[in-house]
Design a protein around this ligand. Structure first.
Ligand code: PRP
Length: 178
C-alpha cells in the first residue's frame, strides 16, 4: 500500500467486479444500440478504459475535460470545459463516464452542455457516488458504489495530480491534504 494512504478501500479485484456489474447493466440496456461513451478526463481514465473493454454494444469513444477543483479539495462550482468532444452526438445515445459524483457541480454542467447537441439520450455512469455531498439535483443512471465522505485516491482519482496510477482505491491520510 502507498505510504500516504490510511487504508485500501477497494482492491484491484473488487474494482474489477464493480466495473463488470456496471458493464452488464449497460450491455443489457443498450443492446442493439450504438453508444457514444464520453470519458471525463482525467479522473475517469482508468474506469473508462476498463468499462469500455467490458461493453459488447457498439461504441464510439470520446473525451471531455472540465475543471472546477484546481488544487483545492472542494469543488468551486465554477466549471469550465477545458477540452471538448470531437464526435457529432446529434441523434446518438451518449453515456458520460465519470470516476466520482460528488457535489454534482461538474456533472450537472457537463450533462447540460452535452444535452445541447440534440442527442437521442444523455445518461450518466459514475464509478463512485457520494450522495451526501450533493449540491446539485443530479443522480447517476449507473453507479458502481455509494461511498461515505472519505478522501479517496487511486484508479484515476487524484490529490494535486498524484496517486492516479495506483491500481486500487485508498483513503488518503488527512495530514497529506489538511
Ligand atoms: C473530479 C471528478 C469529477 C468531479 C466530481 O474531477 O473526476 O469530475 O471532480 O466532483 P463534483 O461532483 O463535486 O463536481 P476534478 O475536477 O478533480 O478533475 P480530474 O478528473 O482531472 O481529477
Amino acid at each position: 500500500m502507498h505510504k500516504d494512504l490510511e487504508k485500501i478501500l477497494y482492491t484491484e479485484k473488487e474494482i474489477e467486479e464493480i466495473v463488470s456489474r456496471v458493464a452488464e447493466r449497460i450491455n443489457k440496456d443498450y443492446e442493439g444500440q450504438h453508444l457514444v461513451l464520453v470519458c471525463v478526463l482525467k479522473g475517469s481514465v482508468m474506469f473508462f478504459a476498463d468499462l469500455a473493454r467490458k461493453l459488447t454494444v457498439d461504441c464510439r469513444l470520446d473525451f471531455i475535460a472540465a475543471s472546477s477543483y484546481g488544487k483545492s479539495t472542494q469543488s468551486s462550482g465554477n466549471v469550465k470545459i477545458t477540452k471538448d468532444i470531437t464526435a457529432d452526438i446529434s441523434g446518438k445515445h451518449v453515456l458520460i463516464v465519470e470516476d466520482i459524483l460528488d457535489t454534482g457541480n461538474t456533472l450537472s454542467y457537463i450533462k447540460e452542455y452535452l444535452s445541447g447537441f440534440s442527442a437521442l439520450s444523455v445518461k450518466l455512469c459514475a464509478l463512485f457516488d457520494k450522495p451526501d455531498r450533493r449540491k446539485k439535483p443530479i443522480t447517476a443512471d449507473y453507479s458502481g458504489e455509494t461511498i461515505d465522505d472519505l478522501f479517496i485516491v487511486g484508479y484515476g482519482l487524484d490529490y494535486d495530480e498524484q496517486y492516479r496510477n495506483l491500481p486500487y482505491v485508498g483513503v488518503l491520510k488527512p495530514e497529506i491534504y489538511q
